[in-house]
Write a protein that binds this ligand. Structure first.
Ligand code: CA
Length: 421
């Protein structure tokens, strides 16, 4: 089938589906292919991966999954496509491609993604692409029934190689459907109000100019609000020290498993689902099998191992005896705590963890140094970068104070000794 002859209404469902949602009220599914993708095993797996990893250890109600976030991203893309400017700028094939990309963008997330990726060195973006293009995956088979190139085109939006920049920026840019959904959803689910912004207003002021998504001048305040929402969510929620502590404990467990495996330690626990990751030969099916429920089961089993470190770390994890956090004020502090841990019989490789968090709320430049500004369409028709139209964003860019937080995380028992020291 020629992509240009592709008609979206030709694949419409007789009976449209709606899914009730806390953020968007209703998620609307009009196309059978979207419905089939939602019901594919790879998308259903996302129900078993939490959107915020360990953050629910601090914000107890934030137990939402990547599944519901993926539906939300799809719904925002759908709303974008209904705006006048995009409605006419994209053809039906492009519209379908970007809706699928929104729904599938997180399909490559592993369990507790950030800690897991840190130890096993995979990128969720690469894995998403791998799942989509693999002919053995259900999503690939579903996409291929509509058009032979569809899986490849969806993947190329996710890995930023698609020829149409508008489609890429709808899914991933400074102001994209992914971030818009997670800010609103995470803010609602954590019970904080920092992430709130006026989504309808942002979408209403969206336009296309010079082949790019831009925003009308009248949308500047709504965009400022979105940028501040992001900034506050990072510091109040995503970088919360207790959430980071949980991630460190998780990372320590995975690292200990990996070290023991490499030393040929004889595990009593079956590591069947982890072995492809430990051997660094992960196929799409191995990836599909590993989710957070499996990992938590493995952790329960590991509490019975002879190895005292893995048994202790997994008990701490399951019973929420997290590492304590101290702000780092000078480098000698780390050495002093490491020495102290060592003298008390704790291996610093697993029990002493440090990190530094910085977050820039607005990126003037992209990854490869190119200008990356959100573009504002002025009344006379010319484009201006957002900072020149917003004093707030300009002040943020030129601020000399980049907020940074360095912390050291270690067991409470060591902290007690350290304070008496
Ligand atoms: Ca996402």
């Amino acid at each position: 089938m020629d992509k240009n002859l592709f008609r979206l209404d030709s694949i419409e469902m007789h009976k449209k589906r709606v899914l009730r949602d806390a953020i968007h009220d209703y998620i609307q599914v009009d196309h059978l292919i979207i419905w089939k993708l939602i019901n594919s095993k790879e998308v259903q797996r996302l129900r078993r991966i939490k959107q915020l990893g360990g953050t629910y250890q601090v914000f107890q109600s934030a137990e939402h999954s990547r599944f519901v976030h993926s539906l939300g991203v799809y719904q925002i893309i759908k709303k974008m496509l209904e705006t006048e400017c995009l409605e006419s700028a994209l053809n039906d094939y492009e519209k379908l491609t970007v809706m699928c990309a929104g729904l599938l963008h997180d399909i490559g997330h592993g369990p507790f993604s950030h800690s897991f990726e840190g130890v096993f060195h995979g990128s969720h973006e690469d894995m998403s692409v791998k799942v989509i293009v693999d002919p053995h995956s259900e999503v690939n088979q579903i996409l291929s029934t509509v058009h032979e190139n569809l899986a490849f085109d969806v993947a190329s939006i996710i890995n930023h190689t698609h020829h149409n920049n508008i489609l890429i920026s709808m899914v991933s840019s400074q102001l994209d459907a992914d971030r818009m959904d997670y800010l609103l959803r995470d803010s609602y689910m954590t019970g904080t109000t920092y992430g709130h912004f006026d989504l309808s207003r942002v979408l209403r002021t969206m336009r296309i100019c010079d082949g790019k998504l831009v925003y009308k001048e009248s949308g500047v305040q709504a965009i400022e609000n979105y940028i501040l929402a992001r900034y506050h969510m990072y510091w109040q929620v995503y970088y919360h020290p207790t959430a980071r502590s949980y991630e460190h404990l998780l990372r320590a467990i995975l690292l200990r498993i990996k070290d023991l495996y490499n030393e040929n330690y004889q595990f009593k626990t079956s590591l069947r689902y982890l072995i492809p990751f430990l051997d660094n030969r992960v196929e799409v099916e191995d990836f599909y099998c590993l989710d957070e429920s499996i990992l938590l089961y493995i952790f329960r089993e590991l509490t019975d191992e002879h190895d005292v470190i893995i048994s202790d770390l997994t008990k701490r994890f399951l019973d929420r005896r997290l590492f304590k956090y101290v702000k780092i004020t000078d480098a000698n502090q780390i050495v002093a705590i490491q020495d102290l841990a060592f003298s008390l019989g704790y291996d610093p490789r697993y029990y002493i963890n440090t990190d530094t968090q910085t977050q820039v709320p607005y990126l003037h430049y992209g990854k490869s140094g190119e200008l990356n500004d959100i573009q504002i369409l002025c009344e006379d028709g010319h484009l201006e970068p957002l900072p020149s139209q917003s004093e707030i964003v300009d002040a943020i860019i030129h601020s000399k104070k980049t907020k940074q937080d360095s912390g050291i995380f270690f067991p409470k028992e060591i902290k007690k000794e350290y304070e008496e020291f």
